[in-house]
Design a protein around this ligand. Structure first.
Ligand SMILES: Nc1ncnc2c1ncn2[C@@H]1O[C@H](COP(=O)(O)OP(=O)(O)O)[C@@H](O)[C@H]1O
Ligand SMILES: [Mg+2]
Length: 328
């Protein structure tokens, strides 16, 4: 059983679309899949045809609050609904926002989702968590519960900046909460293959991350079928089985399975207790990783520990030169 968090603190980058269709692709390959909606907006439920998540009870938020108060009345199994496409979904609704606030004062607040899910999900081959667009407590809980993280990125420069921040958060979670967390890879989404910009960003991203973070070969193009299928409450694999989008998500599923195979941690990650990890410690202790932005920057003596991210920074800094080339 593997738990995969699909996360990026930016909204509108294709997280929910990826969870729905990656989940459908894994299910199509015969695996038992549970999708978890970790976003009070409940887009995942709606995407999968569960039209009124507000009336559901219990939901993820209710279970988290109970668990946070050491009440174990509700079980994950009581909350799971079967979507019209026969996918199992642990739904959320607006009560998840209240749950995030309720958890702030709870001991072990970063581990509550893991404690909730772990005993109840053994029957699934894959659990895929759709994260909300933030690096707050709910997202940290998902990363603490996960074996791997998939990061959807749009092929534009601002999205790449977000990726660097996301990788720092994963580093901090690895150091303090979940040493087993792996970045399975970044997936390019909403690729407009007709533009030189998208192609250029994709190429640069792949080159810049060689040896650091896998960028999946599967690229998700901007395709209206991925919007239309939401209206139908179906995955694109059902809605347009032979479309490029369906094929791309099938390919992504195969690559994610491959990435989950055990292998040594890449050297880029800060080990627990390293100076990088210490620098990030207060932010994680607060459970609010967006505070990472205020984390002290490393003095020159620590340049080595920060090397991978500064290499990524150099990549971002190179954008002006690159944009200049595009203009010519
Ligand atoms: N590859 C794509 N092509 C076209 N539209 C897409 C694609 N991926 C996502 N969308 C649409 O873009 C919007 C945002 O995507 P979504 O998956 O909800 O992002 P997030 O969960 O990161 O906020 C949605 O309306 C979705 O239907
Ligand atoms: Mg979403």
């Amino acid at each position: 059983m593997s738990v995969i968090a699909v996360a990026n603190q930016k909204g509108g980058v294709g997280k929910t679309t990826t969870v729905a269709n990656l989940g459908a692709a894994l299910s199509e390959q015969g695996y038992r899949v549970l999708l978890v909606d970790n976003d009070p907006q409940a887009n995942l439920a709606i995407t999968l045809g569960v039209t009124d998540p507000e009336i559901l009870s219990p939901t993820l938020g209710d279970l988290l609050v109970e668990r946070g108060h050491n009440l174990t009345r509700g079980h994950v199994a009581d909350a799971i609904v079967r979507t019209p496409s026969r996918l199992d979904l642990l739904p959320a609704n607006s009560r998840l926002s209240a749950a995030e606030l309720a958890l702030i004062g709870t001991i072990g607040r970063e581990m509550i989702m893991r404690d909730l899910l772990a005993p109840e999900i053994a029957e699934y081959d894959f659990v895929v968590i759709d994260c909300l667009p933030s690096l707050g407590l709910l997202a940290i809980n998902a990363l603490a519960a996960a074996d791997g993280v998939v990061i959807p990125v749009q092929a534009d420069f601002l999205a790449l900046q977000g990726l660097a921040q996301m990788l720092e958060t994963v580093n901090a979670v690895r150091a303090k909460l979940n040493a087993g967390l792996t970045v399975l890879g970044a997936v390019l989404t909403m690729m407009d293959v007709r533009t030189a910009h998208a192609r250029g960003v994709a190429t640069m991203l792949r080159e810049a991350l060689i040896g650091q973070v896998r960028v999946f070969d599967a690229e998700i193009r901007a395709q209206v079928a991925l919007k239309d299928c939401v209206q139908e409450g179906r995955s694109v694999l059902e809605y347009r089985a032979e479309s490029q989008a369906a094929m791309a998500y099938r390919r992504l599923a195969s690559e994610v399975i491959e990435a989950l195979e055990p292998r040594p941690n890449p050297a880029m990650w800060a080990e627990p207790g390293s100076r990088t990890a210490e620098a990030l410690e207060p932010a994680v202790a607060l459970g609010i990783a967006s505070a990472l932005e205020q984390a002290p920057t490393a003095p020159p003596a620590e340049a080595e520990a920060m090397a991978p991210l500064s290499r990524f920074g150099a990549f971002l800094a190179g954008r002006d030169a690159w944009l200049g080339q595009q203009a010519r």
